[in-house]
Design a protein around this ligand. Sequence first.
Ligand SMILES: [Zn+2]
Length: 485
Amino acid sequence: MALRFYNTLSGQKEKFEPVEDGVAKIYLCGPTVYDYLHIGNFRGPITFNLLRNWLEFSGYKVDFIYNYTDVDDKIIKRAQEENVEAVKISEKYIEEFEKDFNRLGLKKHEHNPKVTEYMPQIIQFVADLVEKKKAYVVDGEVFYSIDSFPGYGKLSKKNLDELEAGNRVEVDERKKNPFDFVLWKPSKENEPSWISPWGAGRPGWHIECSAMIQSIFGKKTFDIHGGGIDLIFPHHENEIAQGEGRIGQTYCKYWIHNNFINLSNQKMSKSLGNVVKARDFMNEYHPEVLKYLFLSAHYRSMLSVDKEKINQVIVALQRIYSALELAHDVVEKVAEKNEPEAGFKKVLDGLSNKIKKALDDDLNSAEFISLVFEAVRAYNALGFKNKKWNAVHAGNSQAFLNWMKVYGQMSALFQEKPKEMLNQLQEILIRERKIDVLEVEKLLKLRNQARDEKNWKEADKFRDELLDMGVEVHDGSERGWTVKV
Ligand SMILES: [Zn+2]
């Protein structure tokens, strides 16, 4: 089956056929840099990181733009509050964003343009639209005339008459149509401003993405535009109007939108005060927990995040990393390795085929994760319990590690050092379940004494007590005890 994506523009899954053979040009709307980003802001970067990796895995050369919006009302407001220049705010939060991004271990984008670096191109874009009579100037302000673009509404499937009837549109006498939007506006006092043919001012929001895209990818159709579903209207709808208004051909072929996340079934929003910064989440849990959490749901479905789900992720990661730890141990301790057994190799190859099918089918990452689990189960089922490992075990373990490495790199998961990762996951569980470690150690000591005295009844009593605390004892293993899952 060929690679297919759900295209918001057509409302169905479509075969991916890029403009240029073997090349995928992707643009994802980036953050407005006026504050730390919350976890929801990273669903896009994490999803599109998998998308780009899967495209590369499938043989495409990827060219990816992820921009920084560094001119915006929110930035200006924050700068005024803190009595600094706007650029101080945007620079600070770009730096902070990059710290978060790097912790997630996602692949760097080929381009991270800033709006302020593209001002001449933005002004040229607006001038082109004015010249083509797609835009008009009133008192130093430039508006896009949506009546000049018959395709307006095709992405969001909005009917403007209905919209107008249903919403109270702010009346602006200067506009020809209430839905005409601003391309350029005069700056107020103390706001950043740039010289333009229409006077000193700054761009409206929508124009920047189109301008950066056509500056970097050229004035022609490109392949994939991404963003959260909240951007479909008006932002992306307006981008199409601008882009096609300027070049007279399709702006972008495939529109891919990721859904929101909910926190405990509530929309995460500043006004509700339930915003979780990505940084805090990563400190409290682990970057891997966030990535796994997001990829374990399909990007088009609403993902509800709560304690229980986070717990499930931790337990899942423990299972996966335990298998990786075991495989590393076996490979390390057995010098000779056979080729992997035919049966196990067949299982892994079969799962690779299924992964291709799943990701080719609109990037079904949830299915991908469950297939990784199947590989873990198949590996564990090979039988390593008695620790009498031989060259067969080592060969299978090596094959499992190789397989996991391929899909780990592809998904930006499963690449931490297993022992360290397991220790960290354990610490999270101890904290989450409020387990008193000192008490655990005390009971373990008492149990060992009882065992030394061959007082089995007493020893079992302590084991049960530990179990009641949520602790499982593992005799003869390096990990003397684990949090029961
Ligand atoms: Zn955008």
